[in-house]
Design a protein around this ligand. Structure first.
Ligand code: ATP
Ligand code: MG
Length: 243
């Protein structure tokens, strides 16, 4: 379980997070919606201290992660996968090495065991071995996303954070990614936290929905519990898929 209390973050006097409170249950998929520039990315980065919060408390399974030193933080992040808004693959590494990185750094595996895990993860996201020797710049946006999800899967994480996983994808790829998010969660029995303005994604994958507005979470609950007024607001800020 993740508990966030009064999380604050500002940049040069501009308060982006004004006291975010959030509880995320084990094995749920929580979709956090909010308009562009509201601080969704800042919020999830602050939750795992990719950005340092200015205030508030963050507990993962009861552990106060704001108290961790650099080394402990690195250890803590082993159980977390983060699919960045721009996929964030290493441009100077081919797909194989992008996928192998975590295993090489943190697991004592033989080369053939690493290769086996990589090929398995790729096939899970619907890509074949052809892409292993390709560099990120040679991949389409949808393929990069899929490689990023394969990389998340290889970590066998307890928590997976997705930042705008479907943004910029066409309808077909967006649906594929939505499906992968659902299947991956079952496969590694992870808790998924997704920030997005994609309403269709929310409809499809969420167990619960949260809404970030003016630096705070103003609603959290099941999608059936969203008021008509809030729903209208969501649609007014939401993306629809590009055709
Ligand atoms: N490193 C930074 N330095 C200064 N300001 C920042 C930094 N990162 C984010 N901000 C500001 O914080 C605010 C929230 O940004 P954030 O990227 O979290 O929004 P978002 O909700 O993820 O938007 P989008 O939907 O477009 O991805 C913005 O005003 C942004 O300019
Ligand atoms: Mg963002």
């Amino acid at each position: 379980m993740i508990e966030v209390r009064g999380l604050k973050k500002q940049f040069e006097g501009k308060e982006v997070l004004k006291g975010v409170d959030l509880e995320i249950y084990d094995n749920e998929t929580l979709v956090i919606l909010g308009p562009s520039g509201q601080g969704k990315t800042v919020m999830i980065k602050s939750m795992i201290r990719l950005m340092e919060p200015d205030g508030g408390e963050i507990y993962f399974d009861g552990e106060d992660i704001r108290k961790l030193n650099r080394r402990e933080l690195e250890d803590f992040r082993k159980k977390i996968a983060y699919v960045f808004q721009n996929s964030a693959l290493f441009d100077f590494l081919d797909v194989r090495e992008n996928l192998a990185l975590f295993l090489r750094m943190h697991k004592k595996l033989k080369e053939d065991e690493i290769e086996e895990k990589i090929v398995k993860a790729l096939s899970f996201v619907g890509l074949n071995d052809d892409v292993l020797d390709k560099y990120p710049e040679e991949l389409s946006g949808g393929m990069k996303k899929r490689v990023a999800i394969a990389r998340a899967m290889i970590k066998e994480p307890k928590y997976i954070f997705y930042d705008e996983p479907t943004t910029g994808l066409d309808k077909k790829n967006a649906e594929l990614v939505s499906n992968l998010i659902m299947v991956l969660k079952e496969k590694v029995s992870a808790t998924s936290i997704i920030v997005t303005h994609d309403i269709e994604l929310m409809e499809k994958v969420s167990d619960r929905v949260a809404l970030l507005k003016d630096g705070k979470i103003i609603f959290i609950g099941k999608k059936e519990e969203i008021s008509d007024e809030t729903l209208e607001y969501l649609y007014s800020i939401g993306d629809t898929y590009e055709v």
